[in-house]
Design a protein around this ligand. Structure first.
Ligand SMILES: *Cc1c(COP(=O)(O)O)cnc(C)c1O
Length: 377
């Protein structure tokens, strides 16, 4: 027997490996549910804001070729992808940091920037990953309620900034409600935020925005040394399954992100598929146009049915049904639709697939009269 083992002090209470309190206290990330089976076998997963279109043939081909190299580690710095993004966005390559989805980049960011005692301000309700990554870092989440139209209340968010605030998250368009932050609003907000507080503009749904007054995160980044952007290939570019997103950040933050990233986190397949997707931007953005057209069709029909909704600039709609959220989720499930319910706030449904959108409209049309419309919006 190893000497150390024989000298172990007898235990008075059973010990088990311990987990940080910050971890046990966290809510888990709840993934969108798979679609239930509806009448006639109809079944649509519209709970995760995925792109309904399959990968373009040119992207698939690159992925298949890259699979032959699976015995090799990928390029750790994702140099080709960084180069392609730098050119595509017209920013210096040193500011571009890819990661395992923009959520992966956000996790590295929190590790790089925050520790216990620090505060992170974000709107709520917003992206459910925010309280999780903030909680994991040990920092204190400071959620600031959205206004009645599901929009960021940037004045209240600026008021919430204290000398402990290290980071502010701005999600535009906001997931799950859909509205954008306006360009002027963002500028006014940035004028009130101290320069040593990092402002992160999460633009996961940027490509779906059609509002000409919407904030441009990259323009804000260029104008302000404390502003960075998070973007992703998961939504408009249709690569959710490959886990690739990126930050555009000024160099001290970009360098910190490179240090805290999981080594070789972005697979070779993901890097090549992302580069191929940038090369295929035109074809992919035509699909985004079609999804936006579908969004407008769905919104118009919902309004015709009598719904009042927050203005969505993304690939989803939000039905603010309050305490009837569970009932609407159940009605959707009956029809073979998996949507996302948010407590007593409402239901988010992804748009873009015509058959799924039609099924959603049918459920919503039948649901509205059963529910008191004075509580809509
Ligand atoms: C989907 C989403 C992301 C992107 O997630 P990935 O990790 O890149 O797949 C980031 N922010 C928001 C608000 C989202 O809804």
């Amino acid at each position: 027997m190893h000497p150390a083992v024989s000298t172990v002090t007898p235990m008075t209470a059973p010990l088990s490996p311990r987990v940080r309190a910050a971890v046990t206290a966290l809510p888990g990330y709840v993934p969108g549910r798979p679609a239930p089976l509806g009448p006639g076998g109809a079944s649509h997963k519209i709970s995760s804001n995925e792109n309904p279109y399959p990968p373009l043939p040119a992207v698939l081909e690159v992925v298949q070729r890259a699979a032959a190299q699976l015995n090799r580690y990928p390029d750790m710095g994702s140099a080709d992808l960084v180069g392609a993004l730098a050119e595509h966005l017209d920013v210096p390559a040193a500011r571009v940091v890819p990661g395992t989805g923009s959520v992966g980049v956000l996790g590295s960011l929190l590790q790089a920037v925050c520790e216990a005692g620090d505060e992170v301000v974000f709107a709520w309700r917003s992206f459910e990953a925010y309280p999780i990554v903030v909680g994991l870092s040990g920092a204190t989440p400071v959620p600031v309620p959205l206004d009645g139209a599901g929009r960021h209340d940037l004045d209240a968010m600026a008021d919430a900034v204290t000398e402990r605030t290290r980071l502010v998250l701005v999600c535009t368009p906001n997931n799950p409600t859909g509205p954008v932050v306006g360009a002027q609003e963002l500028e006014a907000f940035l004028a009130r935020v101290p320069r040593d507080v990092l402002v992160v503009v999460d633009e996961a749904y940027l490509e779906f925005v059609r509002d000409p007054q919407a904030a441009d995160g990259l323009a804000a980044h260029r104008a302000h040394p404390n502003v960075m952007v998070l973007r992703t290939f998961s939504k408009a570019y249709g690569l959710a399954g490959l886990r690739v997103g990126y930050a555009v950040a000024h160099e001290p933050v970009a360098e910190a992100l490179r240090r805290t990233a999981v080594p070789f986190g972005v697979s070779g397949i993901a890097q090549l598929a992302a580069v191929a997707s940038l090369e295929q931007s035109e074809a992919l953005l035509e699909r985004v146009d079609a999804i936006v057209d579908e969004r407008e069709r769905v919104v118009a029909e919902l309004v015709r049915q009598g719904w009042r909704l927050p203005r969505s600039e993304a690939n989803f709609v939000f039905l603010p049904v309050g305490s009837s959220t569970g009932a609407l989720v159940a009605a959707c499930a009956e029809a073979g639709l998996s949507v996302r319910g948010y407590g007593d706030d409402g239901v988010r449904a992804t748009v873009g697939d015509v058959a799924a959108d039609d099924a959603l409209l049918e459920v919503c049309g039948a649901f509205l009269p059963t529910w008191s419309p004075d509580r809509v919006g």
